[in-house]
Ligand binder design. Structure first.
Ligand code: DX5
Ligand code: ZN
Length: 245
């Protein structure tokens, strides 16, 4: 059975009390943590680095999901793998050697993932699906937390699921990043995504919020939405969700 995974975005946590937040998120059900790495060139913002991945690595046994929003990602793959990343996503738009870079992630011992900006067509990854374990679909333009959701990305996830099925790549997981909340998660689950980045929309909703409670609520609502989808949906969606990965 495909598993729902909600990966809290470390960028949105309280960096002065990061270990405390990691514990609170684990208590709320976190089994994957997401790192937004920004270089100020690929995206108009600068955030996080390999040091923070390494620090969290020492504090949790759960997998770490590193999202490189940087140009020339191939230069830093080894560094982020060595810091303890289990999944490394690179943007298809950020390298002219996507196939080579995905191979480099695998060679460095991490799970290769490819990320797509909202306006990047799915066709740009069709020929690297055999080297990809996760496709990360941006539901906002990358660079900042707290942005407005781009509705067309739901259709994009549904098209991606179709493309994976047509290419015998059902084992690939679909991750959504940006504006993940109860409402959007239900739409993306129906479209076929199973990994969700939780930022200010769904977990760190305001300063001082109880992040254990907000994460476990987000999980509970996602699970009940999926139950409804499987109950109402046809054999097609049941087949997708029971696929082992
Ligand atoms: C954008 C970031 C955000 C963030 C998620 O580049 O990757 O998607 O972590 O946060 P919210 O929920 O604020 O969109
Ligand atoms: Zn991200």
């Amino acid at each position: 059975m495909r598993k729902i995974k909600i990966a809290p975005s470390i960028m949105c946590a309280d960096l002065l009390n990061l270990e405390r937040d990691v514990r609170r998120l684990e208590k709320g059900g976190a089994r994957l943590f997401h790192f937004d790495i920004m270089d100020g060139t690929f995206v108009p913002n600068i955030a996080l680095g390999a040091g923070i991945v390494k620090a969290v690595r020492a504090s949790t046994r759960h997998p770490l999901d590193t999202h490189l929003m940087i140009i020339h990602p191939e230069k830093y793959i080894r560094q982020f793998a060595d810091a303890g990343s289990d999944i490394i996503s690179i943007h298809a738009e950020a390298t002219v050697h996507l196939d080579r870079a995905l191979q480099a992630i695998k060679d460095a011992g991490a799970r290769p993932a490819v990320a797509l900006n909202p306006s990047t067509p799915l066709n740009s990854i069709r020929h690297v699906l055999d080297k990809t374990e996760v496709v990360l679909v941006m539901a906002v333009n990358p660079g900042f937390a707290g942005q407005a959701f781009i509705p067309g990305t739901v259709r994009k996830v549904a098209d991606l699921r179709k493309m994976l099925q047509e290419n015998g790549a059902e084992r690939v997981e679909i991750e959504v990043d940006g504006c993940v909340n109860d409402r959007t998660i239900a739409m993306f689950l129906e479209a076929g995504a199973n990994i969700f980045v939780g930022g200010t929309a769904g977990i760190f909703t305001k300063e001082g919020t109880d992040i254990t409670a907000s994460l476990s609520r987000l999980y509970a609502n996602a699970r009940s939405s999926l139950k409804d989808i499987l109950r109402k949906g046809g054999a097609g969606s049941r087949k997708w969700w029971t696929q082992k990965n």
